[in-house]
Design a protein around this ligand. Sequence first.
Ligand code: ATP
Ligand code: MG
Length: 396
Amino acid sequence: MVDTVILHTNEICLKGRNRAMFERALMEDARSRLSSLGGFTVRRDQGNVVASHLGPLTEAQVAACKQALGTAFGISWIVFAERCAKDLDAIKTAATEAMRPKGATTFKVFATRRDKTFPVDSQEIARELGAHLLDALPGLKVDVHEPQVRVAVEIAKECAFVSADREPGAGGLPAGSSGAIVAMLSGGIDSPVAAWKVMRRGCSPIFVHFHSYPYVGRESIDKVRRLAARLGAYAGKSPLYLVPIGDSQKEITVKADETVRVLLYRRLMLRIAERIARTERAKAIVTGESVGQVASQTLENIAAVSTVAGMPIFRPLIGDDKEDIVRAAKRIGTYATSIEPHDDCCTLFVPQRPATRADAARLDREEAKYDVAALVEDALARTERVAAGEAVAWYA
Ligand code: ATP
Ligand code: MG
């Protein structure tokens, strides 16, 4: 019976002197994810994280573990194992019991001997165990290339682990191991995927959404709260800033050339995002832009907008096609929310013929026609900071 969950770490083994820090981050995340299930002790074990349960796990508990750990970054494989005595007979019994309910026709044994004092080497363990399984479970065959089931045996210090069940992990680096970033969430398809990609590299997100309420409805705010809550399944609770920019947009509409209006809104957003980043000690800003996707995302326009930023802007989707992004959004679980209709704050006051080749100097000249600093301060003064993770309960 499964009583242990082994988390194979992704790239942590490559991290040299920082390894302990990455392992601690993963252990902390695993502990909090398993806490509601109860009965687990989580510890480090030679590059992996091992969660031992008090007793055997029921099928429902195994399913709950898969659900809880499937969105944890920093894990390459989640292995469901049984602890048994470091004794070949005990290992054979455990492996037979793990294999039997699978109803598989092919298998392969993978053995690792971490404890080199164990008298049987890994090749011999694999051979003996393979022969035993072929005997014990008629109809079973070995397939060394594409086995239906991998029977894994690990001889550790205090016990042996035997498993016939594993799930792929979410990959990347453990949540929070890389520091904070500001993720600009619009409510569309792209920005949650962009945020997810940097979160997967261990960045803790501070979500920021700019809205034009009450000039448009509250739909985008509700959507972004739910998107941030969904992303919270990966990163835990993160703050969400809701920034009202409708009045600033109106001011820009009145004062500046309409063909570059959207680019001026974008610059305003970046300036405000940067201020929020500094308050939250975030080191970079993340957006969902990809080259040429819309008029505001031509290479020239991206360059012209970016000059106002005093910190790096990351665009993890820059080279992705829309189809790839949609596929990723479905996998992550943000797509259904993203496609709900909402009034985009940039479609409010959107010009008929937007410039596709603006340059920074032109945007600087337009910005000189109004008081940018005052618009930034005004929007920040009316900004709301909420806990995104808590929005799940609020919305349900
Ligand atoms: P998305 O699907 O993310 O809305 P998009 O293809 O519609 O992206 P734009 O609307 O041009 O592209 O926005 C580009 C990026 O700028 C977004 O991915 C997002 O990171 C940021 N952004 C745009 N509007 C907002 C907003 N209202 N609040 C926060 N960020 C925004
Ligand atoms: Mg959009």
